[in-house]
Design a protein around this ligand. Structure first.
Ligand code: MRU
Length: 369
């Protein structure tokens, strides 16, 4: 998408033809910095420290991480080490495992010499596929925004989103934001409510930044505001992303998503989840019982980093010093609270039957396993 009129992606091959460049998301919204990854360890660090984040982008970065590793050591041991290291970076987004399994399947049968080239080619095609999947999600989700616009002619469509499921979380377009960007392109007036998304503020720092730089009208709200907005009829539609969705339609996403889904159900607001099919974990049927929820460093809760009046960055402590904290990064929204899953093949009911009807080959492959 565009940053002040210039199109960007979140990850690309550098001009040297082998290193990989990313937008460093830990520095947004106050600094726009491109970082060059020059090896496996740098790619693993970028995922672990959330320089890149968001389920689809984590998967693509891991694929490039394997390509970088094949430059360093294309042996069987090198491939195994790369996949193990990258898989251990973050536990919840299934796109990571999916991308690494695909890379391993592709590279394992090849000789050492062929691995490097094949790895770069596959990482590049995964990035292109991600763009196409998100664009297709946008097309299907657009119909929801058009329908909401038709219900209130001449008024803005008010969409609430949580965390950052925007282009920064993918290679381009985003999942939850793809319908928003398409609607904006078509001239549908919008008002996006952006949940701040504590503790890491992906909404306030990233979604607000990307919508602002693309020119999409939005307002940031503190995390606890969504219920109030919905009670007062100020939200037409919620669209969020997901890090792992079960074959039965349970949705694991950034912490706080579940509370928004509850408020949406209580107030009759449609609650949709946008996802590319690599985010579906076909092996799972109970999101609450089976999905590993990442717990991160408590410092993300106790401290905040931002810009001071002179533009320099500063970190401050916001919790009573010494108080213990808990930092759960994701929660699970049961399928019964989800109005529909916006995928690249269309909008499915959040149920085993709904997903299987859109992806029959995946559902039957899983049942044969
Ligand atoms: O911890 P993060 O920032 O990686 O979490 C991101 C989210 O929860 C997104 O909503 C999800 O990955 C979908 S991104 C298209």
């Amino acid at each position: 998408m565009k940053v002040d009129g210039r199109p960007y992606r979140t990850i690309w091959l550098a001009e040297d033809g082998w290193s990989v460049e990313i937008l460093d998301q830990t520095r947004l919204p106050h600094r726009f910095a491109v970082e060059r990854l020059q090896g496996l360890d740098a790619a693993a660090r970028a995922i672990r420290t959330m320089q890149v984040r968001g389920a689809p982008l984590i998967g693509v970065t891991a694929a490039y991480g394997v390509a970088l590793a094949m430059t360093e050591d294309p042996s069987d041991a090198g491939l195994a080490r790369a996949c193990d290291l990258l898989l251990a970076t973050r536990p919840t987004a299934v796109n990571l495992r999916w991308a690494l399994e695909g890379m391993r399947r592709l590279l394992q049968p090849l000789g050492d010499k062929a691995r490097r080239q094949a790895a770069y080619a596959r990482a590049g095609s995964l990035a292109e596929e991600d763009v196409a999947l998100c664009r297709a999600i946008g097309g299907h989700g657009l119909a929801l925004i058009e329908a909401a616009a038709a219900r209130r002619p001449g008024e803005r469509v008010r969409v609430l989103t949580h965390c950052n499921a925007g282009w920064l979380a993918t290679v381009d377009w985003g999942t939850a934001t793809a319908p928003i960007y398409l609607a904006h392109e078509r001239g549908i007036p919008l008002q996006v409510w952006v949940d701040e998304t504590r503790p890491r503020n992906q909404g306030a720092a990233l979604t607000a930044w990307e919508l602002g730089h693309h020119g999409v009208p939005h307002r940031v709200v503190a995390d606890n505001v969504g219920g109030h907005l919905m009670q007062h009829g100020l939200v037409d539609l919620c669209i969020v992303g997901t890090d792992r969705t079960t074959a039965t339609g349970d949705v694991c996403n950034k912490i706080g998503t579940y509370l928004k889904a509850l408020a949406a159900r209580d107030n009759g607001v449609p609650f949709y989840v946008a996802l590319p099919s690599p985010t579906i974990d076909w092996s799972l049927s109970d999101g609450l019982a089976e999905i590993a929820i990442e717990e991160r460093d408590g410092r993300e809760v106790t401290h905040l980093t931002g810009a001071t009046a002179d533009g320099s960055l500063a970190t401050i402590e916001v919790v009573a010093p010494g108080s213990p904290v808990a930092n759960y990064a994701f929660d699970v929204t049961p399928a019964r609270l989800v109005s529909g899953l916006i995928t690249e093949r269309g909008i499915a009911p959040a149920s085993r039957e709904g997903l299987a009807a859109l992806f029959p080959e995946q559902a039957s492959a899983e049942s044969e396993r």
